[in-house]
Design a protein around this ligand. Structure first.
Ligand code: ZN
Length: 148
């Protein structure tokens, strides 16, 4: 397994934000702004050695969004990201929850895709598989910079 350097920081809403050094991660634990979400083996002082941290409070990462031009996930932002209906390539009049909201699907970058009204209505509360629909677009989080 290729270990990624540093510690991943999740926002309080569980979205990945960025990576920090282990030293920085420990300072965040000391300041109690974050908790260990996933621990690696070993301890650092009184703390579990963190692999993933989660912020205690939700932080609006304006600086991160400014770099990508995308703000928090919204219907408008998903339509802009995809630029088309994910099922037929038509105009993205609205958005669709790939895993239906009524069945626990999140309103997240990874579960929302652009959709036209006919596709959205046809799919309704079904998964793409159940509806016999193929996703032409793989949803992704456009606010994250690609890891080098
Ligand atoms: Zn469509």
């Amino acid at each position: 397994m290729a270990a990624q350097p540093g510690v991943l920081v999740l926002n309080a809403g569980m979205e990945p934000l960025h990576r920090v050094t282990l030293q920085h991660a420990v300072r965040m634990l000391v300041r109690k702004v974050a908790v260990v979400h996933e621990a690696a083996t070993g301890k650092i002082g009184p703390y579990e050695r963190p692999r993933v941290l989660r912020l205690v409070r939700y932080v609006a990462m304006g600086w991160a969004y400014a770099r990508t031009g995308y703000g928090p996930v919204s219907k408008q932002a998903v339509r802009r990201r995809d630029g088309a209906c994910a099922y037929c390539g038509g105009p993205p009049d609205t958005v669709d929850h790939v895993q239906p909201k009524s069945r626990g699907g999140a309103s997240s970058w990874l579960n929302l895709v652009g959709a036209c009204v006919p596709c959205n209505q046809f799919k309704a509360d079904r998964t793409p598989e159940e509806a016999g629909m193929t996703l032409l677009i793989t949803p992704y989080d456009p606010t994250l910079r690609r890891a080098a």
